[in-house]
Write a protein of this length. Structure first.
Length: 314
């Protein structure tokens, strides 16, 4: 069975959906309708094997096209780099990065919106930056969401809200990927550039993938998965609906690919878009700059380039 030609590995909350949507429009590229096709971080998919995964997500695809996926969970999963290398050693990897403070805060607001986070941000910072917590969750296998976002274990081990800051440690995470992949196989992009210079940034991706034709999709510049502070339909209502036997019967008849489309549009439409933008206080921001500073320097040394976030270049 054909191997993947490229993977967008993350980071979460860093415009991976926008990049996925732009590339999906290219006639020489085939990506699953569901952005989330997490073979290397989903034990159920992984245990079924590569051929089963390809039949599920690329069954009608031409092998002449470039096959790719966008799975931001991979940068948060300590197993992913080794698993990808074992199955797809020649694959090209794309990481799109956001200011680590803003990524973490966006992750936090998403958890608040999904009703799995009830702390204010300052309390989350105090809890999650403890040495004990950082050591534990840097190597923890992250949760999956097949059963919903609010169904977590009693010991609080299976919640996204344990990972706000460890998933923003790009230097540490990408150093692990470099153990398995050459520098030529890794393209580092920045969310800032994709938002401000979408065509130039997309050109870098197309060149990296070895495609020679110029490409400018009609949706270029459109921002997908914009955040919000509140759900229109509360998560508790969603969980009750999912347990309904009639709903389950009809839902189980739908193919995984179509479920992906439906889940995507549900997430898009079920959010109040707030006009005012909240952000961490100056004091908390300084604390987070201090936390991420050495990791950013590790990232810059790893790829021999400066990040665009000025607060880390002072």
């Amino acid at each position: 069975m054909k191997q993947l030609d490229f993977i967008i590995i993350g980071a979460q909350k860093s415009a991976t959906t926008s990049l996925f949507k732009y590339l999906s429009e290219h006639p020489e590229i085939q990506m699953p309708g569901d952005k989330e096709a997490p073979f290397f971080s989903d034990d159920q998919l992984y245990e079924k094997g590569w051929d089963s995964f390809c039949r599920q997500y690329f069954n009608a695809s031409s092998e002449e096209q470039l096959w790719g996926t966008a799975t931001p969970q991979y940068m948060g999963d300590p197993r992913a780099a080794e698993r990808i290398a074992a199955q797809n050693p020649q694959v090209r990897l794309i990481a799109i990065l956001r200011n680590p403070i803003e990524r973490a805060y966006s992750h936090y607001t998403m958890s608040v919106r999904r009703e799995v986070e009830h702390r204010d941000f300052s309390h989350a910072v105090d809890a999650l930056l403890s040495a004990e917590h950082l050591e534990k969750y840097r190597n923890e296998i992250p949760p999956d969401h097949h059963k919903g976002y609010s169904l977590t274990d009693k010991n609080n081990k299976n919640k996204d809200n344990n990972y706000y800051f460890v998933w923003s440690e790009y230097g540490r995470i990408l150093t692990n990927f470099r153990k398995y992949f050459s520098a030529q196989q890794l393209l580092i992009l920045y969310m800032d550039d994709l938002m401000e210079q979408p065509q130039q940034t997309l050109d870098k991706v197309i060149q990296f993938l070895g495609i020679k034709t110029q490409f400018s999709p009609a949706n270029l510049g459109k921002i997908y998965h914009q955040g919000g502070n509140k759900l229109i339909i509360p998560n508790t209502w969603k969980e009750k609906i999912k347990k309904n036997s009639i709903f389950r019967f009809f839902w189980d008849q739908i193919s995984p690919r179509r479920k992906g489309y439906l889940n995507y549009w549900y997430e898009q439409l079920n959010v109040y878009k707030s006009k005012s933008k909240s952000e961490p206080s100056r004091q908390l921001r300084q604390k987070l700059i201090h936390h991420f500073y050495q990791d950013i320097k590790q990232l810059e040394q790893l790829f021999d380039s400066k990040v665009p976030w000025q607060e880390f270049n002072r």
